[in-house]
Write a protein that binds this ligand. Sequence first.
Ligand code: CAA
Length: 391
Amino acid sequence: MMTSLEYNYDLRDEVKAKMKEVEEFCEKNVKQNAIDADAMNVEDGMNLMNPIFDEACKRGYNAFDVPKEYGGLGYTKMESVALLEKMSWYDAGFGITISANGLASGPVTIGGNDEQKKRLYEIILAGGIGAFCLTEENAGCDASNGETTAVKEGDYYIINGTKKFITNGPMASYYCVFAMTDKSKGSKGYTGFFIDKKVDEVEGMSIGHIEDKMGIRNSQVSEVVFENVKVPASAMLGSEGEGFKIAMKTLDVARITCGATALGICQRALDEAVAHAKSRVQFGGPIANNEVIQFKLADMNKATETARQMVKYATRMYMDHVPFSTEAAMAKCAASDASAYVTQEAVQIMGGNGFMHNYPLEKLYRDCKIFQIFEGTNEVQRLVIGRNTVK
Ligand code: CAA
């Protein structure tokens, strides 16, 4: 019998088999280790999770949608979104580490030349994972207000500045960095660079403060510091001044996968709540028999499925090459808001147990919050949706 996820995403047999493999891997390696690492200090957590990320990437879980002509599996976006939702069911920090690789590679697949794409896919297929370096202290929502500069010197650019809250910063093999080549032009002065740690000269590049976070503690986030980093002009993505648009187009796609990761949290919280409601006996019977609990579960299920359809709709538009920026913003908002609602209700159904560290719900409750904040706050998503609505 098909699972609802297989039916929902209309998976081909090959992808169903991959889903099964991913589930087995995550059941064995991610499920419990993610809980253990979450409770550790940052460094110990990273030490526990890093070999698991390495193994997942060795198995190609970072590379589902690498095109066949570059030696990849060539899965569709819909298929990789389904697999991402499944991985995130086990741990959203694990899911976001893998999906941030899509965010990091976006500037190359969108704005890079053939040579850069070839190099990118080689890195990814060898198990490498990337980091998207846009955010800075004074350039969060206001992404075009960056202070990192790239100054041309002969055949090189010299990059200076500090990027903040960079997912996968400490573990990345490649970095897509946005820097001002002409600050006076605002968003039109931004330029993107693709830095391959192995090949490019990266002397002067270092990992700064590593964040200690409230949730998705298994996703590593740090500063990435550039001090007179000399990169060849061939590392530039597109031409000077194109960086902001490349970054925005990348974020449009990433907002879909961000939504898919939040869906993993929704589904896990719902599944945990259902299991608890069926086994918890009060007043002589399982609490799942009470209408008040069933109504909660009904609304949680409805919110999850509604968000999933929005993620799928935006994915379909992306695959059909029709403008999808508005729908991606809607999907990200819907799924992250659903994850906040569903986890809150799941904790409520579990009562005192939901509040305790030895049950998975309190972790999900913390994990979901960032989804309303990163990859563009939900206020920014509303700004995108609103602007496009009045257009
Ligand atoms: N696609 C193509 N072009 C776009 C675009 C898009 N989606 N969005 C904007 N542009 C273009 C505009 O058309 C405009 O070009 P023209 O002047 O030629 O018309 C140019 O870019 C500037 O656009 P705006 O005037 O709309 O720019 P703005 O300064 O008002 O900012 C914003 C718009 C939507 C608020 C944008 O700054 C934004 O998205 N901010 C949020 C940033 C963000 O998402 N950060 C997340 C970081 S990554 C992360 O969090 C990941 C992680 O850790 C896992």
